[in-house]
Design a binder for this molecule. Structure first.
Ligand SMILES: Nc1ncnc2c1ncn2[C@@H]1O[C@H](COP(=O)(O)OP(=O)(O)O)[C@@H](O)[C@H]1O
Ligand SMILES: [Mg+2]
Length: 263
C-alpha cells in the first residue's frame, strides 16, 4: 500500500518509547476520537477502535472524557465495574480486555464544580493525573462534543499523537467538523483521517467529497447504519454475530491498515 504522508507522525512514533510529559508517562500513543458534534458516533468508533487494537495484541486504554454523556463502558460491556480506589489514585477496571476509565467515575462528588466550567481545565488535569493506567500501548480518548474551552484544554493536556474525526455526511455535522479541523491545525494535532458514520443514511455524496478535499484528509472508513446496534446491548455482542463480525472487523482492520501500516 502506498504511503500516505498525512499518517507520517504516527508511523514515526512507533519508534518512540513512553511519553515523557506528565500526566501520562506510561502511555506510548494517544489517539483522540472527536467530531465537534454530539451523537455522530464518537463513542461507537472509540470502542470499535479499542477492540480492534486489542485484537492486534496491543494493550489498550479507553478514556471516556464525555462528561455530558459518559457511555463508553456501556457500549463495551454490561458489567458495572468501577475503578479501584488506591492511595495514589484510581485503577481502571478491565472490560473485554480494555482498561476503561471515565471522568464520570471520578466526578460524582465534585460534578457541580466541574460543570461550573471555571475550574474545568485544572480539575481535568488533576483527575487525569490520578488515573493509574499502568503501561499502555494505546490510549483512546473518547472526546466530548463541541469545540469550546473544554475541548481545547483536552488537546493541550493530552497532546494526542493523532486525531480521528467522526462525522455523518450531513451538512450540519460537516460544518461542525470544519471548525474542529481548524482547531486541530492551530493546535498542531495531526488529523489522521475521517470516519464517515451512518454513511448510507443522510447527506449528499458531493458535500462529503468536497469536505474531504477541503480538509485534505483521507477517509479511514465508512460505517453504515447498523440496525442491530440498537438491539444489541454491547458492541462485543454485536461482533459475536458472524456476519457483523466480518463487516465490523473489516472496517476496524481498514483503520489499522490506513493508520498504523501493520501490513
Ligand atoms: N453506524 C451506526 N449504526 C447504528 N447506530 C449507530 C451507529 N453509530 C452510532 N449509532 C448510535 O447513535 C447513537 C450515538 O452514537 P454515539 O457513538 O454515542 O455518538 P457520540 O459519542 O458521537 O455522541 C448511539 O445510540 C449509537 O448506538
Ligand atoms: Mg459519546
Amino acid at each position: 500500500m502506498e504511503k500516505d504522508p498525512s499518517c507520517k507522525p504516527l508511523e514515526d512514533s512507533f519508534l518512540k518509547t513512553f511519553r515523557t510529559h506528565s500526566p501520562l508517562k506510561e502511555v506510548r500513543y494517544i489517539i483522540a476520537v472527536g467530531s465537534g458534534k454530539g451523537g455522530v458516533g464518537k463513542t461507537t468508533v472509540s470502542v470499535l477502535l479499542s477492540l480492534a487494537l486489542k485484537e492486534e495484541g496491543f494493550s489498550v486504554g479507553l478514556y471516556d472524557l464525555d462528561f455530558y454523556g459518559p457511555n463508553s463502558s456501556l457500549l463495551l460491556s454490561t458489567k458495572k465495574e468501577f475503578p479501584a480506589r488506591e492511595p495514589d489514585g484510581y485503577r481502571p477496571p478491565l472490560l473485554e480486555g480494555i482498561k476503561v476509565m471515565s471522568l464520570s467515575f471520578m466526578l460524582s462528588e465534585r460534578e457541580p464544580v466541574f460543570m461550573r466550567g471555571l475550574m474545568a481545565a485544572k480539575l481535568l488535569q488533576e483527575l487525569t493525573q490520578r488515573v493509574l493506567w499502568g503501561p499502555l500501548d494505546f490510549l483512546i480518548l473518547d472526546l466530548p462534543p463541541g469545540t469550546g474551552d473544554i475541548f481545547l484544554s483536552m488537546l493541550d493536556l493530552f497532546s494526542p499523537d493523532g486525531f480521528i474525526l467522526v462525522t455523518t455526511p450531513h451538512k450540519l455535522s460537516l460544518a461542525d467538523s470544519l471548525r474542529t479541523v481548524s482547531i486541530l491545525k492551530e493546535k498542531k494535532v495531526p488529523l489522521l483521517g475521517v470516519v464517515k458514520n451512518m454513511s448510507n443514511l443522510f447527506g449528499k455524496e458531493e458535500a462529503f467529497t468536497k469536505f474531504l478535499e477541503e480538509i485534505k484528509a483521507p477517509l479511514l472508513f465508512e460505517l453504515p447504519f447498523l440496525e442491530d446496534l440498537s438491539e444489541k446491548e454491547t458492541l462485543p455482542e454485536l461482533l459475536s454475530d458472524e456476519e457483523k463480525k466480518g463487516l465490523l472487523q473489516g472496517l476496524a482492520k481498514g483503520i489499522l491498515k490506513r493508520i498504523f501500516r501493520f501490513h
